[in-house]
Structure formats: structure tokens, C-alpha cells
Design a protein around this ligand. Structure first.
Ligand code: ARG
Length: 458
């Protein structure tokens, strides 16, 4: 087969090397970005009188026809093409002849690939953000519905203090809001155009990089041509942001898995979002949550792969960098696969509020409030802590909760106790009192929801 760069070579490329070298199987997905980039480049070449008006018209018509045919499926990608950039150029030249050969004036595949990938990832960052926003909507809706539902809050997976389910959900809403910020942030840094950097050193033609950057919706052209074609930190940042999304989804999934076990039974997944066992008729498995937890490893792998690819590369372009696309596409595909299913799973799950409340009644999660009660009556906190600890020990031995204990039992621990202790350790009261900014009280949760709505423009 004859390649575009055949001039310098006496032999054709070995077929296996061609397959090995080719990236069209995965970079074909950037075809519309590639063609848009070429359209902008041709317009600039014409404006700078590097192309004639006729050549420009022929190129534009040709490129638009190629785009249309690819979109409609009329034109198939040639698996023998080295990459999407060469494929588009070859197809154009096949269709329009001589002017097609002029398109590559004052540019290189090195700036094309960096351009296409930036454009593609900017679009994808927006698509992932939309999915995250849909998840946020569900979380805010559920947080509002369960702002007064009490469950045990945990540290070390030990029951710690009562919290509201709305508060718990809002913790995740905050994490995903930061994921949204991270995506927006890396999108902003991505918005510099490498087009016109050419192979590495810029060009002797009188090009207008400002113009192509503007046409393609970039903030500005990248200020250093070597950096423009060498940098892949925008890919790393993007995968990093995606890995973080997966980490949050995975933590949440872990809780979902725990919560639907018989040991917790805090939620029941909708039948459409759970699976059965081939042998155990009683089973209802949280496969979706488990798969999301599992797929998180893939995205971390993608991040490690690209970090490792880039760590030893001298400037400027090296073919190693072709490995960036499969990593980032895999990370994107994975996140885009997980987010909508996860959102639906959360939206359709049944919250078993009574079970949450029953679990909260055990484990002495109001012990801090009991100690605070004594402190408010003048007992130093360390003494109050000790007295309450003794009461808990007594309760554990005698199978009693703090609510179950008689006044005599309280008085035996400290005569500061009075009948108002029962109000102080009532779980709803414990929760209602935590009105500090960001706290678990329903009123605080409602405020958090309102603030988040404003922050996310929902
Ligand atoms: N397919 C290549 C990539 O993905 C495009 C750039 C090729 N440049 C080159 N000088 N071989 O990185």
C-alpha cells in the first residue's frame, strides 16, 4: 500500500506494521472535529491569500460532503488509513483533486491531533457535566424528601451519631458539585488552540492563528508551538477528573451495597436495577452498584497509563502519545455508561425509613448528646464523657438503651441527671439541635439544598 509519506521510501509499509501503527480504529470518532478544524484552517489560508477563493470553495464543499457522508454512514472509514487526519485528507483529494493537496499547507498532523482531541474532550466534558447535573437533581429531590429521616451516622463503620438521610445525600451532592467544577476547570484550561503550531516550530507562512482559534471556539491560540503539540496534560487532567467522579460513584455504590444487605436493610433497589442468582432463589443482588465499583479500577488504570506514557517523553511529538486516546476514550465511555444507570438506580430505590430509624435507636448514638446535657448543667466535658461512658457500659451489660434507663439508674451515675435528660437524648431532638452551618438538622439540610440549587443553577 502507498502511504501519503511514500516519497522518501523505497518499499511499502509492511501490512502488519501498518495495522500496528494505525490509529483509525479509535481516532475515527473525532472525524467531525477533524473536519471542522480543516474548515477553519482552509478559511484562514484563504483569508491570508495562501489559498485562492476557488481552491477554498472546492475544499470547503469537499470537506462538507465528506462530513455529510460520514455522518450518514454513506462513507465508511478505511481501516488501512493511518489515522483520521490522513483519511479525511486522502478522501478529500480523491474527490476534488489538486486543491485537496493544498489543505495541509502550514499545518501538521501533530497540531491536528492535539486540536481534534481538545475539541472532542471539550464537548465530552459538557456531556459528562449534563449527566452529573441529572444526578444532582435526583440527589436534591431525595435529600428534600428525606431531610427528616434519621439513620445512624458512622465513623469507622461504627454507629457514631444520628444524622438525617437528606444530610447524608447532600454530602454526595457536594462531592459531585466539585466534580462539576473540576470538569469546568479543565475545560477552561483546554480552550487554547494548538492549530498552526505545525509539526513543532511554527511556520514560515503568514498564518493567522488567532483567527482559527476564534473560529473554533477557543479562547486563544497556545502561545508556544512546541508546547502546543507536546502537551497532553489536558488529557491527564480530564481523566483525573473522571477518576474522581468514579471514586465518588464507587464510594456511594459501596454504601448502596451495604444498605441493601439484610444486615442493614436501609434501602430496597427497584427490581429493574437489581439482579437474581442462578441458584439461590432468595437473592436480589446489587450488580449495578458492584459493577460501578469495579469499573472505577479501569478509569484509575487509564489515568496511570497516560501518566506513565508521558513521563519520559522528550519534546516535541512522539508516537507514544497516540496511546492517549484509547485511555481517555475508555475513561469517558466508562463514566458515561455508569452515570445514567447510577442516577436511575438512586431515583428508583425505596428508602426504608423505619429500618434506618430502628438502627439509629441502637448503638448509643445519642451518647454525645447525653454528655453534652451534663456539660450544659455545669459538669466539665471530660467528667461528663466518663459518666456517660459508664452508663453506656451499664447499658451494654444489661441490654438497655439510654432511652430505656430509669431515673434511678441515671441518678446512680450522677445526681446532675434529671427527667429532662429524656428530651435531650431523644433522637429527633439530637438531630434538630445540630443547626450549626452544614450540620445535620433538617432546617440546615433544607438550607444546603437551596444553596446547592443556586450554585448549580437548578
Ligand atoms: N495518529 C497520531 C496520534 O494519534 C496523529 C499524529 C501523528 N503524527 C506523526 N508525526 N506521526 O498521535
Amino acid at each position: 500500500m502507498q502511504t501519503m509519506w511514500a516519497g522518501r521510501f523505497e518499499k511499502n509499509l509492511d501490512a502488519k506494521v501498518n495495522d500496528f501503527n494505525s490509529s483509525i480504529s479509535f481516532d475515527a470518532r473525532m472525524f467531525s472535529q477533524d473536519i471542522k478544524g480543516s474548515l477553519a484552517h482552509a478559511a484562514m489560508l484563504c483569508a491570508q491569500h495562501i489559498l485562492t477563493q476557488e481552491e477554498y470553495t472546492a475544499i470547503t464543499d469537499g470537506l462538507c460532503a465528506v462530513l455529510e457522508d460520514l455522518q450518514s454512514g454513506k462513507l465508511a472509514f478505511d481501516p488501512v488509513a493511518e489515522d483520521i487526519h490522513m483519511f479525511v485528507e486522502a478522501e478529500l483529494t480523491k474527490r476534488i483533486g489538486a486543491p485537496g493537496k493544498k489543505l495541509h499547507t502550514a499545518r501538521s498532523r501533530n497540531d491536528q491531533v492535539a486540536l481534534d482531541l481538545r475539541m472532542y474532550l471539550m464537548d465530552e466534558a459538557a456531556a459528562v457535566s449534563d449527566m452529573l447535573l441529572s444526578l444532582e437533581e435526583v440527589l436534591l429531590k431525595k435529600a428534600d424528601a428525606y431531610a427528616e429521616t434519621i439513620l445512624p451516622g458512622y465513623t469507622h463503620l461504627q454507629r457514631a451519631q444520628p444524622v438525617t438521610f437528606g444530610h447524608h445525600l447532600m454530602a454526595y451532592a457536594n462531592m459531585f458539585a466539585r466534580d462539576l467544577d473540576r470538569l469546568a476547570d479543565c475545560k477552561e484550561r483546554m480552550a487554547v488552540s494548538p492549530l498552526g503550531a505545525c509539526a513543532l516550530a511554527g511556520t514560515t507562512y503568514d498564518t493567522d492563528r488567532q483567527m482559527t482559534a476564534e473560529t473554533l471556539g477557543f479562547d486563544e491560540p497556545c502561545p508556544n508551538s512546541l508546547d502546543g503539540v507536546s502537551d497532553r496534560d489536558f488529557v491527564i487532567e480530564m481523566i483525573c477528573a473522571l477518576a474522581m467522579v468514579m471514586m465518588h460513584l464507587s464510594r456511594f455504590s459501596e454504601e448502596i451495597i451495604l444498605w441493601c444487605s439484610w444486615e442493614f436493610k436501609f434501602i430496597e433497589l427497584d427490581d429493574a436495577y437489581a439482579t437474581g442468582s442462578s441458584i439461590m432463589p432468595q437473592k436480589k443482588n446489587p450488580d449495578v452498584a458492584e459493577l460501578i465499583r469495579g469499573k472505577t479500577g479501569r478509569v484509575y488504570g487509564d489515568l496511570m497509563a497516560i501518566l506513565t506514557v508521558m513521563k519520559g517523553l522528550p519534546l516535541a511529538y512522539n508516537k507514544d502519545m497516540q496511546e492517549d486516546k484509547e485511555a481517555v476514550f475508555d475513561a469517558l465511555d466508562t463514566v458515561k455508561l455508569c452515570l445514567p444507570v447510577f442516577t436511575k438506580m438512586i431515583d428508583t430505590m425505596t428508602v426504608l425509613s423505619d429500618n434506618m430509624r430502628a438502627a439509629a435507636a441502637k448503638g448509643f448514638i445519642n451518647a454525645t448528646d447525653c454528655a453534652d446535657y451534663l456539660t450544659k448543667k455545669g459538669v466539665p466535658f471530660r467528667d461528663a464523657y466518663k459518666i456517660t461512658g459508664k452508663l453506656v457500659g451499664y447499658g451494654v451489660k444489661n441490654g438497655k438503651t439510654l432511652e430505656d434507663m430509669t431515673m434511678e439508674e441515671y441518678k446512680a451515675a450522677s445526681d446532675v441527671f434529671d427527667t429532662d435528660v429524656y428530651d435531650a437524648i431523644d433522637l429527633m431532638a439530637c438531630v434538630n439541635k445540630r443547626t450549626s452551618f452544614g450540620g445535620t438538622a433538617p432546617d440546615s439540610v433544607y438550607d444546603q439544598i437551596a444553596d446547592m440549587k443556586t450554585r448549580l443553577n437548578l
